[in-house]
Design a protein around this ligand. Structure first.
Ligand code: ADP
Length: 495
């Protein structure tokens, strides 16, 4: 009886594998870190062989720990760090360069020029604004800098893939070159309206079509694993980029439903339904993961500094000794006594968009102390999240019904309650913290028939902790007014 789903969660710093049962509960997991390579300032690479070998080891280890064989696995779901770019030889399967990681800034100048010269045009095709994050300029860099690569590409001898493609290629013994729509929509090459690679964008970067994987919906089949890997072939039933997988794992299936991942930064995605929304706030339009051919779209925005502000309190300011301590310290005072921290350490993103903004602490009085500043830092995470969600609501003319949350800092109950209060909407935190892996498992399980429908997935879900808004409107509005003033002060220094 095939009772289990194996989720492969290939992240930026580690590879993980989790075995889920039919109830959507994790049964066993394994994790392996791999090397981060920094060949120059601002450059970040991974060794593609380490990505693959660490992922394979974890998969085998998770099966061993669960005490099951491949025969008991109905399907594999893959989720992955997005945008990271690998180019390999079709003949040998060997990469011609290291994986260029999403964080790598080596193509920042090129992306900035593109943004200036034709940002709107590019976004109208592929949904993303030109940035070095996305794969296109990374592929271009490899073709320009690896000896003979352009000629090989023109002769049809090279293959490009994001990490999902690289894993599928290796899982299928080099037989299949595939990706899913969510990963494709992070390449800056994929036409999210026509579901095909854009000839215009391919020409812009001089990337031949023969390099690119076939794109399938996230819950379509992606072939079977080579039998020798796990002792028996296992179907690969679902693939999605990490944030998209989390949106699916959080069951945000209705237009207006959104999830926020509170990590170092925040990643927000809102399901916007069957029609793509062009944002007026420079949010990204992307394809959501779906189990069928019918497209669904999402808006995406991110907060650059979220949990990182808590790390800053701990490491640079010495105001707390652990991230978790921020909660009790914040609760030791009734409010911030008018103190606001705008943690624009690396500029301010959506909806303010100012690269020159810098961190700003305002409202200090003689009575302001450590606890007020710690509390202000936590509150800033909620305010920034609220700013993005309000922009998404304005773009979609939808009201947020509730916010699903996950990520390290979602453990902080003070922050979650304050988030609910500031949004005036309930915050829902699932008991299973592994929403990314769960999303991949859901897609794979639907494909394999382990689960029949989205309704069934919703009913699985495990327990949810709800944080209901309890702040009166007057207080909320006064706090938000204070935040707006603080942001204005932060931005005024940049003129
Ligand atoms: P990432 O995947 O970006 O590394 P995680 O999801 O592991 O992030 O979350 C880690 C981040 O969350 C850190 O920036 C840390 O400061 C913050 N964090 C962790 N626990 C708490 C907490 N209890 N309260 C506030 N922030 C926290």
């Amino acid at each position: 009886m095939q009772q289990y789903i194996l989720a492969l969660d290939q992240g930026t710093t580690s590879s993980r594998a989790i075995v889920f049962d039919r109830a959507g509960q994790p049964v066993a997991s394994a994790q392996k870190e791999f090397r981060q390579l920094y060949p120059r300032a601002g450059w970040v690479e991974h060794d593609p062989d380490e990505i693959w070998s660490s992922q394979l080891e974890c998969a085998r280890e998770a099966l061993r720990l669960a005490g099951i064989t491949a025969a008991e696995v109905a399907s594999i779901g893959v989720t992955n760090q997005r945008e990271t770019t690998i180019v390999w030889s079709a003949a040998t399967g060997r990469p011609i360069y290291n994986a260029i990681v999403w964080q790598c800034r080596r193509t920042a100048d090129r992306a900035e020029r593109l943004s200036r010269d034709m940002g709107d045009r590019i976004q109208s095709i592929c949904g993303v604004l030109p940035d070095a994050y996305f794969s296109a300029t990374k592929i271009e860099w490899i073709l320009d800098h690896v000896d003979g690569a352009r000629e090989m590409a023109r002769r049809g001898e090279l293959r490009f893939g994001t990490v999902d493609s690289w894993l599928i290629y290796n899982l299928t013994g080099g037989r299949l070159h595939l990706t899913d729509r969510t990963n494709a929509s992070r390449t800056m090459l994929y036409d999210i309206h026509r579901f095909d690679w854009s000839d215009e964008l391919l020409a812009l970067f001089d990337i031949p079509r023969s390099m690119l994987p076939e794109v399938r919906p996230s819950g379509a089949g992606f072939g079977d694993t080579a039998p020798e890997l796990f002792g028996r072939a296992i179907p690969i039933g679902g693939v999605a980029g990490d944030q998209h997988a989390a949106l699916f794992g959080q069951c945000c299936f209705e237009p207006g439903e959104a999830k926020n991942t509170y990590g170092t930064g925040c990643f927000l995605l809102m399901n916007t339904g069957a029609l793509p929304i062009a944002s007026k706030n420079r949010l990204i339009t992307t394809l959501a993961a779906t189990e069928t051919d019918l497209p669904e779209y999402a808006l995406e925005g991110s907060v650059f500094v979220a949990g990182a502000a808590i790390q800053w309190l701990r490491d640079e300011m010495g105001l707390i000794t652990s991230a978790a301590e921020s909660e009790s310290v914040a609760r030791s005072v009734h409010d911030t006594a008018g103190v606001y921290l705008v943690p624009a350490f690396a500029g301010l993103g959506a909806p303010h968009w100012n690269a020159y903004a810098r961190g700003t602490l305002v409202g200090l009085t003689r009575g302001a102390g450590r606890a007020h500043i710690v509390r202000a830092a936590l509150e800033s995470i909620a305010y920034q999240t609220s700013d993005i969600l309000r922009a998404m609501e304005a773009d979609t003319s939808k009201t947020l019904p509730h916010l699903r949350v996950d990520g390290g800092a979602s453990a902080n109950a003070f922050l979650m309650q304050f988030q609910a209060d500031i949004l005036g909407a309930e915050v829902l935190r699932p008991s299973c913290a592994e929403t990314t892996a769960l999303g991949a498992a859901y897609l794979a399980g639907l494909n394999a028939g382990v689960w029949a429908s989205r309704d069934e997935l919703r009913a699985l879900g495990g327990g949810l902790t709800g944080f209901r808004p309890s702040m009166d409107e007057g207080t909320r509005n006064a706090l938000l007014d204070g935040w707006r003033v603080a942001v204005r002060q932060c931005l005024s220094g940049t003129n």
